[in-house]
Design a protein around this ligand. Structure first.
Ligand code: FES
Length: 121
């Protein structure tokens, strides 16, 4: 089971959700299913609206799957270095920043933080 905690200045408190297999999908899909206000637009790794910071709290180590689109956009946004890409692909070291629409939630415990739209309640 995935254990995902969302934290943001636009939320009154942190929210932890448990996503069972089949109920998972992308981090953005999990957030939307639980009414977590992660901003998004394209949902296709092209706009960068869904940028989040991900901290891995569990010890499960998975191969890090960064799509080409995600790598390119994170580079453009200055949120990932070449060294971090190599570390992710070669050593399974998760980068700090991800795109929620490109991140597939697995059986892991993560803390997801995002800025969000300050105009939301
Ligand atoms: Fe556009 Fe994720 S919603 S990059």
């Amino acid at each position: 089971m995935a254990n995902v905690t969302f934290s943001s200045p636009v939320m009154s408190k942190d929210v932890t959700v448990y996503a069972v297999a089949g109920d998972r999908g992308t981090l953005l899909a999990v957030a939307k299913a639980h009414k977590i206000p992660i901003p998004f637009d394209c949902q296709d790794g092209e706009c960068g609206s869904c940028l989040v910071e991900v901290q891995h709290l569990s010890r499960n180590k998975y191969a890090i799957a960064l799509t080409e689109k995600e790598k390119e956009l994170l580079k453009q946004l200055g949120k990932i270095t070449k060294a971090e890409v190599t570390d992710a692909e070669v050593n399974d070291m998760p980068p700090h920043y991800r795109l929620a629409c490109q991140y597939f939630v697995r059986n892991e415990e993560i803390l997801v933080t995002f800025e969000g739209d300050q105009t939301l309640p």
